[in-house]
Design a protein around this ligand. Structure first.
Ligand code: TYM
Length: 349
């Protein structure tokens, strides 16, 4: 699709992103999303961060755990440094406009577009016919999340790139079909880390660097969880798959060494430096030196976040207050957008 809708969009810049409340967060979520959420608060006047519980129920989920998991992700936002006086933090199911816009977008998006989504194919495998319709429709809900706020910038990890393309296609088709040029922006993904480093955009499994670090991997050893203690972090890094060679002196030397590249990338993203800087310090040294340094860095960075999350979770009343206030602020932005959408679509009013 062409990009002409972006040219005519005249509204304010706005950041939106979401994180699912499924089984706790890991280092990939932290570097792919949370670190960017915090950095963007300084660059943009309006940042909106959402715990996407409607997305979480597209897979089987224990209803007894959902509210607690939702609070845990909100606590992670805050503990990582998202400031509720600067950003809006809220829960997706508390703002009805998301589901209303999803239905309208279901009638804009084409089957062929959604069928191309690789994440559904990966999750469903050979059992697509047994998956929920919600899992298939998941990216349309994501488009509604973003466009209910007319968000222009979306910080996410690399795995969400295709969903953002779909979001732009839906925005463009809505604008074209309903004769509303420039009504929705064509939102841009913010995939790279703060220094435009590619590291952080795609953190790989600690055991198999051809797979991304993921909540759904059955082995906990493949990921660092935000809730891991120092011993667990040290153990997982020590056991991480590597090759027998020392680290190279230059970034080019990481080519073809996916495990080494992943660990150097993690170090760079967590320390907020470039991979070249990491190799200036550790080039020529073996993993026997590098791994303990990486484990120490992770413990120093993630330890206080885990501690702050525990503190916040111990006071669910305060957390719920922040989320309720966030939902009211979010709805105040989304409702006028939906009101215009209802008019544009031609509903009886
Ligand atoms: P979710 O909950 O799977 O992941 C949350 C964020 O973490 C990023 N991420 C990673 N980044 C780097 N390396 C990894 N290994 C890694 N694993 C996960 C994801 O890219 C994401 O940014 N569909 C989204 C949630 C969502 C959303 C939205 C995002 C719903 N609506 C609207 C943006 C805007 C998802 O499932 O993320």
């Amino acid at each position: 699709m062409t990009n002409e809708g972006a040219v005519t969009y005249k509204g304010p810049e706005r950041v939106f992103s979401g994180v699912q409340p499924t089984n706790g967060l890991h280092l990939g979520n932290y570097l792919g999303a949370l670190v960017k959420f915090v950095a963007l608060q300084e660059r943009f006047k309006e940042c909106i961060y959402c715990v996407v519980d409607l997305h979480a129920i597209t897979a089987d989920l224990d209803p007894k755990l959902l509210a607690g998991n939702t609070r845990e992700v909100a606590a992670a936002f805050l503990a990582a440094g998202v400031d509720p006086t600067k950003s809006i933090i809220f829960v997706q199911s508390a703002v009805r406009q998301h589901t209303e816009l999803t239905w309208i977008f279901n009638c804009v998006a084409r089957m062929g577009w959604v069928q191309r989504m690789t994440q559904f194919k990966d999750k469903a495998g050979k059992h697509a016919e047994r998956m929920s319709v919600g899992l298939f429709d998941y990216p349309v809900l994501m488009a509604a999340d973003i466009l209910a706020y007319k968000a222009t910038h979306v910080p996410v990890g690399e795995d969400q790139t295709q969903h953002l393309e779909l979001t732009r296609d839906i925005a463009q088709k809505f604008n074209n079909d309903f004769g509303a040029p420039g009504f929705f922006p064509l939102p841009e993904g913010l995939i790279q880390g703060p220094e435009n480093e590619k590291y952080g955009a795609r953190i790989m499994s600690l055991r198999d660097a051809s797979k991304k670090m993921s909540k759904s991997d059955p082995s906990d050893q493949t990921r660092i969880n935000l809730s891991d203690d120092a011993d667990a972090i040290a153990h997982k890094i020590k056991k991480a798959t590597t090759d027998p060679n020392p680290l190279p002196e230059t970034v080019e030397g990481l080519a073809g060494r996916a495990e080494a590249e992943n660990l150097v990338g993690i170090y760079a993203a967590v320390a907020g430096v470039s991979a070249a800087d990491v190799l200036k310090e550790f080039g020529g040294k073996g993993f026997g030196t590098f791994k303990p340094a990486l484990a120490d860095l992770l413990v120093t960075k993630l330890g206080p976040i885990a501690g702050e999350m525990r503190r916040l979770m111990a006071d669910p009343g305060s957390l719920d207050g922040i989320l309720r206030q966030g939902a009211a602020r979010a709805a105040a932005i989304a409702e006028p957008v939906l009101d215009d959408v209802r008019k544009i679509v031609g509903f009886w009013r």
